[in-house]
Design a protein around this ligand. Structure first.
Ligand code: ADP
Ligand code: MG
Length: 247
């Protein structure tokens, strides 16, 4: 615990909430504390991710303990892996092999594509069963069309990354079922909970009907209205601020 305090001080971390998990000091800590998947660890090393960044040190153990997290850390601080690493681990260890279990919402197509590329690298060569690879999809225009025409079954995918409108569109047409989603992540949450998006975000929340749904939000800034919304939709959230809170 002394080490945790020191570590937090070193990166000016401000963490508030109930029963806060200890941060990790290295990715190897995940192996001892969480039976972290060895293939996932080697994919991390292969991508030259050797040491976790501060937002990763804090947020990975929280997500692995199924906590809702509201995280604010500067641009370039590694927020993407802070949510992808625990999400992949949770999907690998989840008993259910069917249906979309992880959903990542991004305000723009460009960002959604970046998240997809990073997620695909981490999921490389990971199989959930002998014949069944862990599958990640970017909800593109063409994938939407294939789902709609039932050329592809949504059941094939474990993780879907999408912008709000494209997702709502396909859900409303009954071509994508979100009732198995256990992990819902809002990236650049300040934008997603802004006036232009908030209604769409509400629709997405209403479509993820599993009561065990675990939610997290990542952003470089957390305006007070976003903070209010976060507290209204999350269960005992932990608030992680790295560096200075810009608002
Ligand atoms: P943010 O979303 O906080 O703006 P990103 O997740 O886009 O930041 O990460 C910024 C850059 O840092 C990316 O190029 C990413 O690959 C790299 N990065 C993330 N985590 C690590 C790490 N643990 N070690 C080295 N590089 C990392
Ligand atoms: Mg980001």
């Amino acid at each position: 615990i002394e080490d945790a305090t020191k570590l937090r001080k070193s990166y000016k971390g401000n963490v508030t909430g109930e029963d806060i998990p200890l941060p990790i000091g290295s990715f190897e800590d995940l192996v001892t504390r969480f039976q972290f998947d060895k293939r996932l660890l080697s994919n991390l090393i292969d991508s030259h991710f050797t040491e976790p960044t501060p937002v990763q040190c804090e947020c990975i153990p929280m997500a692995l303990q199924e906590r809702d997290v509201l995280s604010c850390a500067p641009t370039g601080s590694g927020k993407t892996l802070a949510f992808l690493i625990p999400l992949l681990q949770q999907i690998i260890t989840s008993k259910s092999t069917e249906g979309v279990k992880g959903l990542i919402i991004s305000p723009t197509k460009e960002l959604a594509n970046q998240i997809f590329l990073e997620c695909s690298k981490l999921a490389h060569k990971i199989f959930l069963t002998k014949k069944r690879p862990l599958r990640v999809a970017l909800l593109s225009k063409s994938l939407s069309a294939k789902l709609r025409n039932k050329v592809i079954s949504e059941q094939k995918y474990d993780i879907i990354i999408s912008t709000p409108l494209r997702l709502i569109d396909i859900v409303k047409q009954g071509a994508l079922d979100l009732s198995n989603v256990r992990h819902l992540i809002f990236d650049e949450a300040d934008k997603l909970f802004d006036k232009t998006f908030v209604e769409q975000t509400d629709t997405i929340l209403a479509s993820c009907t599993d009561p065990r749904l675990h939610k997290s939000m990542f952003s470089a800034t957390i305006p007070s209205n976003v903070e209010d919304i976060a507290h209204s939709i999350m269960l005992d959230p932990i608030r992680v601020i790295i560096g200075h809170k810009e608002a």
